[in-house]
Design a binder for this molecule. Sequence first.
Ligand SMILES: [Zn+2]
Length: 193
Amino acid sequence: MNIDSIQDGVVLDHIKAGKSMKIDEIIRSRRRSLALEVTRDGRVVVRAPLHLSRARIDAFVERQQHWIAVHLEQQRRRAALALPAPTADDIAVLKARARDELPAKVDYYGKRMGLTPTGIKITSARTRYGSCSAKNALCFSCFVMDCPDAAIDLVVVHELAHIREKNHGPKFYALLGSVLPDYKERKKLLIMR
Ligand SMILES: [Zn+2]
């Protein structure tokens, strides 16, 4: 698996949202080549020669949209890490989102895996993203909603896999990998704020 395939789910979200295509600033100077930067505050800055046409700059940026999307996502994660501890209101919003979005994901992946949990519970646990009880009820921390979609899906599939495999042995990872072959890369997107 190469580095480019790592965050494809996330990258696709950016590209679909058109986020990677916008240029926030073009800095022209006596330079000869084009250069691209995603700043810490998530702005896309292009450095360009004085007289290069806007069409050439746009074409360059379009070719780099995957790179831009990956870097925008990295900056987003970095910014998320600097956030203060969530307030009660933040938690309420995350819980509402979790109740809204997670059952559909559990249903979708559960059907693909032929596994059905006995229930879904949303908590505000800070130490783990999810768990699966002995009776196969799944529990998810609302903070999983802070993560990119690719990581949320990983948590869902991880807990569903525990319905069949209660430990983290080779059979568990074989099952996880059969649904999400890039699970190791998705795990890197999990950040608890
Ligand atoms: Zn587990």
